[in-house]
Design a binder for this molecule. Structure first.
Ligand code: ATP
Ligand code: MG
Length: 254
C-alpha cells in the first residue's frame, strides 16, 4: 500500500481534481483505491458523487476518535472507496489541539487497514494546518499538482521547506512522489519556461504526463462524477488515465 498526500499550500492548483480523477483512473486500471477527503470544503466528496446525507460520520469523527475507519468508509459508484468530509471538519483544527498524538491521528487510524488498498490518496486543504500535517504524517510521499505560472516556483520552495520540517520532526520517511503540471496551456511561452525550469530542478520527479486545461474536468464535479465517467474521450480523461499508468509503471504499487 502506498499512501500519497496530494498537497500544495497554494489554492486552486488542481489538488482535488487530481485526487478524484486519479482515484477513478487508478481504480479503472484495477488498483484498489481509497480516497481521503481532508478538506472541510468537501469538494472531493461531492465530486465523487457522495451526497451530504450519505456522508455521516466523516473524517472528522475518525480524527477525534468518535468513529472507526470502517464506519466512515463509503463505496463510491466509481470503483474506489472514500472517507468523506464536510464543513464540520473545520472544527477538528481546534479540537485536535486537546488530544493526544494530535499529528498522528490519521496515521493511527489507517494503520489497521494496511493491505486492503494499493493506493491511498489524501486530498489536502490549501493551507499548512493540523489537517495537512496529519496527511503529511500519514503519507509515504507527496504528489504536488502545480500550475506553471510565474509564482509557482516560489510557492514550491515554501512547500519543499515544509516537507523538510515534517521530515525532521514528524515523518522521516516522507518523500516527493512526483510533481504534476496541471491546467497546462501549450500556447503560453511563460508556461513553457516555468515547465522547463521545473524539469531542470526536479528531473525525473516531474511526471511526463501533463494535464491540459480542459473544460470537461471543470464540469464533471457538478455532476458528481470523475471525468472518465462523465466524458471518457475528453483530453482530461486521457491525461488522468495516462497519469495512472505512469504511476503504476513507476512501480509505486506493491
Ligand atoms: P483548493 O486549494 O481550493 O482546494 P484545488 O487545488 O483542489 O483547490 P481544484 O479544485 O482541483 O483545485 O481546481 C480549481 C478549479 O480549477 C476548479 O474549478 C476545477 O474544476 C478547475 N480545474 C482543475 N483542473 C483543471 C483543468 N486541468 N482544466 C480546467 N479546469 C480545471
Ligand atoms: Mg481542493
Amino acid at each position: 500500500m502506498k499512501i500519497l498526500a496530494i498537497t500544495n499550500q497554494k489554492g486552486g492548483v488542481g489538488k482535488t481534481t487530481t485526487a478524484v480523477n486519479l482515484a477513478a483512473t487508478l481504480a479503472a486500471e484495477g488498483q484498489r483505491v481509497l480516497l481521503i477527503d481532508m478538506d472541510p470544503q468537501g469538494n472531493a466528496t461531492t465530486g465523487s458523487g457522495i451526497t451530504k446525507k450519505e456522508a455521516l460520520p466523516t473524517v472528522y469523527q475518525l480524527l477525534i476518535g468518535a468513529a472507526s475507519l470502517a464506519e466512515v468508509c463509503l463505496h463510491t459508484g466509481f470503483a474506489f472507496d472514500i472517507l468523506p468530509a464536510n464543513r464540520e471538519l473545520a472544527g477538528a483544527e481546534v479540537e485536535l489541539i486537546e488530544l493526544d498524538e494530535r499529528e498522528y491521528r490519521l496515521r493511527n487510524a489507517l494503520r489497521a487497514n494496511r493491505g486492503e488498498y494499493d493506493f491511498v490518496l489524501i486530498d489536502c486543504p490549501p493551507a499548512l494546518n493540523m489537517l495537512t500535517v496529519n496527511a503529511l504524517v500519514a503519507a509515504d510521499s507527496v504528489l504536488i499538482p502545480m500550475q506553471c505560472e510565474y509564482y509557482a516556483l516560489e510557492g514550491l520552495s515554501d512547500l519543499v521547506e515544509t516537507l523538510r520540517k515534517v521530515r525532521a520532526h514528524l515523518n522521516p520517511r516522507l518523500e516527493i512522489e512526483g510533481l504534476l503540471r496541471t491546467m497546462y496551456n501549450t500556447q503560453s511561452t511563460l508556461t513553457q519556461q516555468v515547465s522547463s525550469e521545473l524539469e531542470s530542478h526536479f528531473g525525473s520527479k516531474v511526471y511526463k504526463t501533463i494535464v491540459p486545461r480542459n473544460v470537461r474536468l471543470a464540469e464533471a464535479p457538478s455532476y458528481g462524477k470523475p471525468v472518465i465517467a462523465f466524458d471518457k474521450n475528453s483530453k482530461g480523461a486521457q491525461a488522468y488515465t495516462a497519469l495512472a499508468r505512469e504511476m503504476i509503471e513507476r512501480g509505486v504499487a506493491p
